[in-house]
Design a protein around this ligand. Structure first.
Ligand code: SF4
Length: 455
């Protein structure tokens, strides 16, 4: 069996499963957020009753992160619905925007969008927060009401996005009926070269198979090249499995996985025990591709979908209006470190926005010094508009006052985010080019799509 089949077999209480089997699996964690949480809660209450209790209060994790720093009252109200529900159910893992459990969330536009407006429990973008807060464990099954839930496959778990109806059902029962996906194997060999990042790996892969090339399939990334990838790298790659239509992305377990998971569960007091899975010697794949990391070059996914692959070095004729670094995919500490390494001592020539994925990342960037400056100061000095309000921000457009949102037709933006279908970051007539933080930085310096190895 493949990694995915091994986990699903265990979660179904079976000795083996194969692709195409329909099985009931037990969920280990259900995650929801401010966009889908209210709908999920509505389904749960409708189907299980107004006084029903969730199947396991330790396993429901609620993370507001999407439409947070906006004056849109309906969006603010969504956070309040999550708070009411978490209080009613006595949920220990609700990462509220404010500290008062009886309060109401209201964004204060008058304070501006750069200075922090959240309390001490706020955790930022759900997919970055889940592992950081100790909710991702090898061998487990994670369901989330968000398509990029697949990011947690970096930790050797089966993680996939589900809709509100399924999530309402999981909330009540802890189970879900799913079809075992076929597995595509991506065998990674070699090591990434300077200027090339994990984002280039996944953009290369999606370019190879197309934005629907893995529809309802598991994308298994294995091989000797995995060892050289950090957990942040693996998260970036697994995150974008859905951009090829994948059901999940998954990595093998190794000492790096253990080190990360053990530290985070210990720090946060979450469940510390887990049982990783190893693939069998005999595995059945529907597709196999060897990816030589040594040979990869800075890669861009052009408008209008993540499969439109080109090399950055061939795109110098594309003029840009804006650059953006942020999101679960591209807003991690390591992403900003690479962004800052390219920008240090230089000035951007187009509007450039930086949105860390979580408050912890804001703290990292504001406390790590390179010489006499923090990384945060280096980015601000380069002309980047850095916000402390960690969250999804303009990754998916959002309400019109969202930081970094593209509100003008025809703008071209290079972005470290994960999705570039028309209208994704705002105006439907804008164009988004997906790239690594290093390529975004190099392009922000020139105003054209630029290979970071050239700066
Ligand atoms: S940062 Fe973007 S991709 Fe990630 S959860 Fe938020 S909206 Fe989705």
């Amino acid at each position: 069996m493949t990694l995915t089949e091994k986990i699903l077999a265990r979660a179904a209480g079976k000795s083996s499963v194969q692709a195409g089997d329909n099985i009931w699996v037990n969920a280990d964690v259900l995650m929801t957020h401010d966009v889908c949480g209210p709908g999920t809660i509505g389904v749960f209450k409708r189907e299980f009753g107004k006084t029903a209790k969730v199947w396991n209060r330790e396993r429901v994790v609620i993370i507001p992160d999407h439409y947070i720093f906006t004056a849109d009252s309906k969006s603010n109200r969504n956070v309040d619905i999550l708070r009411d529900f978490s209080r009613e159910q006595n949920l220990p893992y609700f990462y509220d925007v404010i500290d008062d459990p009886n309060g109401q969330w209201k964004y204060d536009a008058a304070k501006g969008n750069l200075k922090r407006q959240y309390g001490s429990n706020y955790a930022g973008v759900c997919h970055a927060a889940l592992p950081a807060k100790g909710h991702t464990r090898p061998g487990e099954v994670l369901f989330g009401t968000d398509s990029h839930t697949c990011m947690a496959g970096a930790f050797n778990e089966f993680a996939t996005g589900i809709g509100n109806t399924d999530a309402g059902f999981v909330m009540g029962t802890g189970k879900l009926l799913i079809k075992v996906p076929e597995t595509m194997r991506f065998r990674l060999e070699g090591k990434l070269q300077p200027g090339v990042m994990a984002k280039d790996v996944i953009l290369h892969v999606i370019g190879e198979i197309g934005f629907d090339g893995a529809t309802y399939r598991a994308m298994q990334f294995d091989g000797p090249g995995v060892a050289s990838l950090s957990m942040d790298d693996r998260m970036t790659i697994a995150n974008m499995a859905i951009e090829a239509g994948g059901k999940n992305g998954i990595f093998p377990f190794d000492s790096r996985t253990a080190e990360y998971v053990d530290a985070r569960t210990r720090l946060n007091g979450t469940k510390a025990s887990y049982e990783p899975v190893e693939a069998d010697a005999q595995q059945t794949f529907v597709y196999e591709l060897v990816v030589d990391l040594d040979k990869l070059e800075p890669t861009v996914a052009c408008h209008p979908d993540p499969g439109q692959r080109k090399k950055a070095k061939d795109m110098g004729a594309t003029k840009l209006d804006r650059a953006y670094v942020g999101s679960c995919t591209g807003g991690k500490t390591s992403d900003f470190v690479e962004f800052a390494r390219v920008l240090r001592g230089k000035k951007v020539v187009i509007d450039t926005f930086g949105v860390p994925a979580t408050p912890d990342i804001v703290r990292d960037l504001q406390s790590t010094r390179w010489g006499d400056k923090t990384i945060w100061q280096i980015l601000e000095d380069a002309g980047v508009r850095m916000t402390e309000n960690a969250g999804c921000a303009a990754c998916l457009g959002g309400p019109v006052d969202t930081f970094g949102r593209i509100n003008q037709a025809g703008l071209k933006c290079i972005s470290a985010t994960n999705r570039n279908f028309p209208g994704r970051m705002g105006d439907k007539e804008s164009q988004v080019f997906l790239a690594s933080p290093a390529t975004v930085a190099a392009s922000a310096l020139t105003g054209r799509i630029t290979d970071p190895r050239d700066v």
